[in-house]
Structure formats: C-alpha cells, structure tokens
Design a protein around this ligand. Sequence first.
Ligand SMILES: [Cu+2]
Length: 383
Amino acid sequence: MIGHRRRTSTSPPEQPGRGSSRRAIRGRRAALAGAGFGLLCLLLTACTGGPQDSLSPAGVYARRADNLFGKVFIIVVIVFVLVEGAIVFFLFKYRERPGQEAPVQIHGHTRAEAIWTIIPAVILAGVAIPTVKLIFDFAKAPPAATRIDVCVTGHQWWWQYVYATKCPAPGTSGTEGTVTTANELHIPVGKPVYLTLNSIDVIHSFWAPKLNGKQDVNPGHTNHMTLEADTPGTYYGQCSQFCGMSHANMRLRVIAQTQGDYDAWLAAEKQPAATPPAGTLEAQGLDLFLHGRNNSGKFPGGQACAGCHTIGGVEGAAGITGPNLTHVYSRQAFAGDTLDMNPENLRLWLTNPPKEKPGSIMPNLGLSNDEITALVAFLQTLH
Ligand SMILES: [Cu+2]
C-alpha cells in the first residue's frame, strides 16, 4: 500500500502555545532516544572479540556456520537498507501537506504485488537452501574411525562428560575403564569430537561459541553435535537454555590439546585416585568423605560426600548425584566452571555451596572448620 488517503481534519485546532511546546518536548525525546540507540550500538560493538565470540570461529564447524552467517548478513543489510530507505522516502514524499490532494491509490495493483511477493520468496529460498544444507551436513556423524566420542549429560547446574563410544544411560555412571569428568571437556585438535547429549533433569543447551552453534540437551531425547578445534587453546561456553536458579552458573570450557597432550591427559584420567597414607590430615579427610562425622555416615546437613560423589579406586565412593571427583584437583575450575580451582575456593564451597551457587543440589552440610580443613587437604590429592 503506497501512499495514504489524506485525512480531512475534524479535530479542534491546537492551542498555539501548547502545541509548539509539545512539539519541542517530542523533538527532545526523539533526540534522546536517538542518542540512547547510538550509545547502545556502540556498547554492543564491545561484545565482539570476547572469549565467547561466535564471530571469531576456531574450528571447521564454527567457521562454516560463520561463513554462512556472513553471506546471509550481507543480504540482510541490503534488504534492510532498501526497505527502510523506501519507507523513509515514501514517508516524506507523501506526508500530509496543506492543500495537497490524496495521492493515487494503487491497492490491488497485480504487477506490483507480484513483484514484491516473488522477490522476497526468491531471496528467502536463496538463504534457505545453503542453510538447510549446512544443518544436514552438521547432523552427519563423522566416521567412527576418525572421531572422538563423548557422552554429555546436562545436570542442574553442571556438565558431565563420559569418554565412551557407548554412552551409559543418563543418570547412571560410566562403565569400568571409561573416563568420567565434569565441566572441562578435553579434546585433541584437528579431530571431530562427536557429542551425544542428554539431560537428567530439565532442558539445557550446550554452547561453545567458537567451536560450533548451540544444541539443546533434553531429558528423554538424545541429540548430537560435533565440535572441532584447529589449534590448542581454551574455548569457553555455557548453558544457553534457561534451566533454573543457577542457569547463569552453568558454564563450561573446552580445552583443545595436541594429540600427545590429550593422550597423556586421558591416560592420567584413567588412573584410580591414590589413597593417602594412614595417619595424615588427607587420610582424615578421606575418612570424613566416606563416613561423615564420627563415622555416622552423615553430616548435620545431610549424607556423607561418598553418597553423592564417585572417586575411582575408592571403595564406597560411588555416588552419582554430583560430579565425579577422581581427578577433581586437576581441573582448572569447578562448580559449573564458576570457581577457580584452589584451596580457598574449595573451602568457600564446602562452607556453604548454595551461597556460592544459588539453588545448588549440593547442600550446606554444616561442616566444622576442622572438617573442612581435612576435606580440602584430601581433595587436593585428587589430581
Ligand atoms: Cu542449563
């Protein structure tokens, strides 16, 4: 619909004084809004180049998505400029002027309507074809012989990774001999890493922006995605589907290593934990971990640690509610990748987990200072 019927004004004439001041206010508001918008745009440019910038891809999958995005973006900008330009042009050309007749109406103009239906349809098809192709390409599993398989399970609010070609049922532990870890995903560079994604509770979404797009992680439905990194480095990510109180604290990092470093890491992860020598503070910590306060099997705030955490090689520590702690101290961060790994932060965590991470499934166990000291000493042996 180009042009519009000129409204014959029946409203009472504006009072001269109030009308012009209202116009001035409106002008000032428009200027303010314009300035605010400009500032916002400037601020948003600061978002590029960050550690989670999907526009600076670091692997083949993310790069293909970024290439497609770049091409679509050019089309989008051209369409935007043309359409908005036409709107602004007609807005001025056919604005209401005293004494001007209504412009010619072209409603029902078949040729015009055919043109502005066909052109967008062709553009959308042009965008859809490579997009759908890429979606199908990404959905293909890389050949089993060349890929690494990792089973990812979303938990409120942390990620579990099991390195296995046959994934354990969600909510159960990895089988003997497989590596189970949390939040930090180690991968070798230059190899496709095929993720099998499940959730044990609500819907999460796995997202490491420099390595690929997002993929929903659903309870009761398995999804897949493939990551690949060109060069060694740390690539950050996070859950990108709102999943409850500590959604923002459900982060992750992908550590891409040379094949040699990766192999060494995997071999170390397969080792059971070393048991601390009897009579040491660390041994006291292990005892608390397994048996709680005064050998009662619990702490004032709940069961002993072993009821929720597995430690490979430690009999009695086979809980699966929380992350596998076999090599927890070799991780760079913990609690959904939100706290750097060091004795001070472990202390803070054991003192009151829900304070560090609202809603945390690990409760405040009411530990004493001495108990925390022994437990932190023990946790430091798990590297
Ligand atoms: Cu989540």
